[in-house]
Design a protein around this ligand. Sequence first.
Ligand SMILES: NC(=O)c1ccc[n+]([C@@H]2O[C@H](COP(=O)([O-])OP(=O)(O)OC[C@H]3O[C@@H](n4cnc5c(N)ncnc54)[C@H](O)[C@@H]3O)[C@@H](O)[C@H]2O)c1
Length: 370
Amino acid sequence: MKKVRIGFVGCGCISPIYLKNFTKMFKEVEIIGVCDLIRERAEKAVAEYNIPKLYADMYELFRDPEVDIVLNITRPYEHYEVTKQALLHGKHVYSEKPLSPDLKEARELVALAQEKGLMLGGAPDTFMGTGIQTCRHLIDSGFIGTPIGGSASFVSRGPEDWHPDPEFVYQYGGGPMFDMGPYYVTALINLLGGVDSVCGMTQISYPTRPILSSKKYGTVMKVDVPTYVMGTLRFHSGAIANVFTTFDVSNLQDGTRLEIYGSEGSIVVPDPNQFDGEILLKRGRSKEIISMPRIFSYSENSRGLGLADMAKALQTGRPFRANSQQQLHVVEVMSAFYSSSERNAFVKIESPYERQAPMKTTELIGILED
Ligand SMILES: NC(=O)c1ccc[n+]([C@@H]2O[C@H](COP(=O)([O-])OP(=O)(O)OC[C@H]3O[C@@H](n4cnc5c(N)ncnc54)[C@H](O)[C@@H]3O)[C@@H](O)[C@H]2O)c1
């Protein structure tokens, strides 16, 4: 079968792992070309990964008939326009998270893709790794009985001590909920199903923050979005989970935590920003905590797995997992933390969500099932 050809819009901080995985790990896709507003970044990618084409801008990429899927790895506030233009030019799109920071825009993109008969999908795809897939298998097989609830938290002082250009993290579209929340909410809905309603509280703890990474050390950033976001989700199943994300405070133990509680036991889910990690299971009143073997493929950093799965869907016509229904549901849930806090009220979630098929265990890393 002919390889699916991908065009990159954006060659920034996250691009090396996509460049590496699409040239080395995933066998049925290839990178046809790249572009970036900062041309040197695209030139570096072309040179390092032997990529055939360097486009002057995203429109040249969208006009190239050799591009099958556009990979949008621009900053969150740029996602909407890049995805919209790619769809209007007739391209399938896979976007980094979030689909858009704005719920109305996210809905518009999903409607546009449907109207044009194009595929739209996006990150995160870590839920397809062995860690969360094994947890899903354990929960679906009854290891913890009936799921009753969960608890998720991401606690850190923000990425400004390592990201060279962290400004976007504190601008519209950023903040811990829209930056890290997608991993937690996506994992939760893959484990517990769709969300019915949300109640949230948010605050901006520091209105300005200094950059601490070397290139822009000392530059002061304005904070436009909530950086301390806490709330509760009620799932359609009846389960209840609390979710807490912050860039404001130091974590005392591990800053990432995701646990699911059931009538017969509880499970510690690995960091949902990773493809693997230790799974702990405790059953009934037993004191024993068991470290469970992970039983699916993709334990290494497999970013792009969701796009490889979408590429296979493009070839075969089957559904794919990191789809726009999931992305839209996640955007609606995350937005509800803000709107609930503003209105002092519970917010009902309207978008439907249906879990896609579990991953297949396979010897063939880098080739998705038909
Ligand atoms: N950095 C990470 O560790 C990380 C991890 C997971 C996900 N992400 C997500 O990946 C996305 C990008 O993050 P990043 O850290 O790589 O940001 P970045 O600022 O380092 O890179 C974004 C790049 O996109 C380019 N760009 C923006 N608009 C463009 C356009 N119209 N045409 C061509 N190029 C354009 C910019 O010039 C920049 O080089 C974000 O959505 C982020 O949430 C980042």
